[in-house]
Design a protein around this ligand. Sequence first.
Ligand SMILES: Nc1nc2c(ncn2[C@@H]2O[C@H](COP(=O)(O)OP(=O)(O)O)[C@@H](O)[C@H]2O)c(=O)[nH]1
Ligand SMILES: [Mg+2]
Length: 366
Amino acid sequence: MANIEEQIKDIEDELAKTLYNKNTQHHIGKLKAKMARLKDTLEVRRSKGPKTAGYAVRKSGHGTVALVGFPSVGKSTLLNKITNAESEVGAYQFTTLTCVPGLMEYRGAKIQVLDLPGLIKDASKGKGRGREVLSVVRSADLILFMIDVFETNLQVLVDEIRTANLRLNQRAPDIVIAKKNRGGVSVNFTTKQSSLDEDLVKEMMNEYGHINADVVIRENIDEDQLIDYISGNRLYVPAIVSINKVDLVNKEFIAQLKKRLKGWNVIAISAATGLGIDDLKEEIFSALKFIRIYLKPQWEEADMVEPLVIKLGSDIGTVCDTIHRDFKRNFRYALVWGTSARFPGQVVGLDHVVDDQDIVTIVVKR
Ligand SMILES: Nc1nc2c(ncn2[C@@H]2O[C@H](COP(=O)(O)OP(=O)(O)O)[C@@H](O)[C@H]2O)c(=O)[nH]1
Ligand SMILES: [Mg+2]
């Protein structure tokens, strides 16, 4: 029996030369499931092996952004520009050897930005501190890719990130898998159309090693999304792209680049001159899906200077937890002004979902 690496290589080779169509779909699906299983096995084995010293970064602020780019694209320059940090900048490669955190304040949010050593091809296989870098990236709330105007190979970076089991700008597929002790695999689709059929799902489940389970697929997904779900160790992270050093080119050049990066949220910047930096901050803020809540103590004016920063979709319960852990326990009701309120000063409970820039009063038992 060939070792796991060789088996993976064989499957990769076969996948590379197999054209995807209706006739080959099952074959490809099974190969992919088998490969995913082998890779997961390998990953578990590696994580049990000798530990490489990772970067110890303490999370701080309301959210964390990881700067991901090749060496020398200007990551450290940007960190120095937008945060309080001082990261070494170099005209030669591999200046930044560790993870340097900085704090950026924007619209009342404290956002941690992590400057990382440049990612290179095969980082996910351990090249150039790749594993350490990727493990920090996995802990981030947002990935900020950075490319150089003259060095725009975003795909290599994206591939490395994908190999590290991160999924960008997508959410976990809507599937439910309930394991059971016998009866084989049953499959149910709740959507009219599906690019997967029952047998294919069964085969892929079996190939992955799940013999007995009830599977419910609640949206139209492809084989890769199914594998992501079965494997269970995927992380779903938002990502945006900055093109740096635009001070070196003209508008037409930038427009062409943006066209080539269709599908991505792209911000053109110059970390050195400060061009586009405000736009970038705004995009970071909105990609992190923060909202601001202004607290108004009962019978007093609202504090419009220092908002509470929480995630979009949060409710009054979260607002309470963010203020103090006793607030929820002693909660009586809340008053809300702003877009989430049906009328100014509406009385609401813990499960009321708040909006950006709402003013909130929490009334507690005394
Ligand atoms: N022209 C220009 N040069 C830049 C810009 N940002 C960074 N650089 C230069 O690019 C080189 C690499 O920068 P650095 O921040 O160390 O890149 P890192 O390896 O990605 O951290 C340095 O010589 C910087 O001065 C920019 O916006 N415009
Ligand atoms: Mg650097």
